[in-house]
Design a protein. Structure first.
Length: 443
């Protein structure tokens, strides 16, 4: 009763004297809890979506003790990573997924240490022009160097001049001038970064602002999607080979680890990745008619989009759709070491969806070492499939494998038609122009 009377009194007094009636017990601030999804995509790309990791799987098995001879070149690790798409985002079978990576913690620590910045140092960046960096907002040095800077990008020639301008040491300046004179072989060919140059030249006193001007943004890396949009409309699968090995910069420079592959390799279910779907150009897509036969050629991680194609054909077959037979040419080192998705290939072969042709480079008595060898061995089958209107798809290494596959197909055409090499190459170019020969290759 007393509380009701005082509430009425205060209301009347407030109305009479225009008093402030704000409830003093109410909080004086409002707090919006922002996530990375609210700020990062707008900076890295307006196209970027948050993609949630659903599952990861190691694809390479330890070769130790699996067979009775040495595998002189075991494959680096590779993973299958399944990501959930946000509502309203779809993809097409054969599409690419652009992924925005983050730098590894140890690489970030190297950069911050060299620039004398603490991980938790708060920075505010101002800029008079367009930039890939978050401007006019407080950001920690660790977050800035992790999410926004391409720390392993090869140094440009003018970067050497900039470094020389920021040292008082004549020896260091001379060292950088000599490096500029031998830029092609000493910097470009060995992929030496600005960070590596800074570590080699401790006498360079480079302000953080100048470093930010020298390094570029983290660019998206494109991966062929390894799933079918019919079979898995809300998920995309990636097949990722880890890029790692001795640094080209020379002894003492440690291991080189690919930015995006290593980033994806560190992910666990529940983590969020930023990226977007892109249709490749030229196209890399199945024919509209499921009854058209296919010839799929993909060694190593080149198997990635071919898995999506076969998953789609298997889904159509299970749904009662008439499909053409797929001739699949798979290459790896050893079937017990790095034949990715082997169980699935064999299941699809038993179901009549595909016929599998293998090439094993580390199995001495196997008849085909590389996929071009397997094509030559299956020349009759390949030619029959081509004559029946097959579409041919090649995915993987563009420097050696793809040209070798073209040569093998040209040789098959020559043998079957009696044509000369030029005529056979023109035949293959005609298939390509008609969309029946498609490539998704990388350097």
């Amino acid at each position: 009763m007393a509380r009701a009377w005082t509430d009425t009194l205060w209301a009347a007094l407030a109305e009479e004297y225009a008093a402030d009636t704000t409830d003093e017990s109410a909080p004086g601030f409002e707090v919006d809890l922002l996530t990375e999804a609210d700020i990062r995509p707008s900076i890295v790309s307006s196209q970027a979506h948050p993609l949630t990791v659903v599952a990861t799987e190691d694809l390479v098995k330890d070769p130790t003790g699996l067979w009775d001879f040495d595998l002189t070149a075991p494959r680096a690790p590779a993973k299958s990573i399944t990501l959930e798409l946000p509502a309203g985002v779809g993809y097409g079978t054969g599409n690419h997924l652009a992924v925005f990576a983050k730098n590894a913690p140890e690489l970030v620590t190297r950069a911050l240490t060299r620039l004398s910045l603490a991980h938790d140092q708060v920075l505010r960046i101002s800029s008079t022009g367009r930039t890939h960096l978050p401007v006019d907002v407080p950001i920690t040095a660790e977050l800035l160097f992790t999410d926004f800077l391409e720390l392993q990008e090869v140094a440009a020639r003018d970067h050497l001049r900039t470094l020389a301008e920021h040292t008082r040491c004549p020896t260091t300046r001379q060292q950088l001038e000599q490096a500029e004179e031998k830029y092609a072989e000493g910097i470009l060919a060995k992929r030496v970064s600005v960070l590596t140059l800074l570590e080699r030249c401790p006498a360079v006193e480079l302000p953080p602002a100048v470093f930010l001007e020298m390094v570029g943004p983290i660019r998206p890396r494109f991966y062929s999607i390894s799933s079918s949009c019919l079979a898995e409309p809300h998920h995309v699968r990636l097949t990722v080979g880890m890029v790692e090995g001795p640094a080209l910069a020379g002894e003492g420079e440690g291991e080189y680890r690919g930015l995006c592959s290593q980033y994806l390799g560190r992910l666990q279910p529940g983590d969020v990745v930023y990226g977007y779907v892109r249709a490749p150009s030229p196209p890399f897509a199945l024919p509209a008619d499921p009854a058209v036969p296919l010839i799929l050629i993909g060694p190593g991680t080149g198997i990635a989009p071919l898995r999506g194609f076969l998953e789609e054909r298997a889904w159509q077959h299970a749904a009662g759709t008439a499909i053409g037979l797929s001739q699949v040419f798979v290459g790896c080192r050893h079937p017990e070491h790095d034949w990715f998705y082997r169980e699935e290939w064999e299941t699809w072969a038993k179901a009549g969806v595909a016929r599998i042709h293998t090439a094993f480079s580390a199995v001495p008595d196997h008849p085909a070492r590389y996929v071009q060898d397997a094509l030559a061995l299956a020349a009759d089958t390949v030619w029959e499939s081509v004559e029946n209107g097959a579409y041919l798809y090649v995915c993987g290494d563009g420097r050696f494998m793809a040209p070798a596959v073209r040569d093998a197909l040209v040789a098959i055409h020559q043998e079957r038609t009696g044509s000369d090499a030029d005529t056979s190459r023109a035949w293959l170019a005609g298939l390509e122009a008609a969309g029946r020969y498609q490539q998704d290759v990388f350097a």
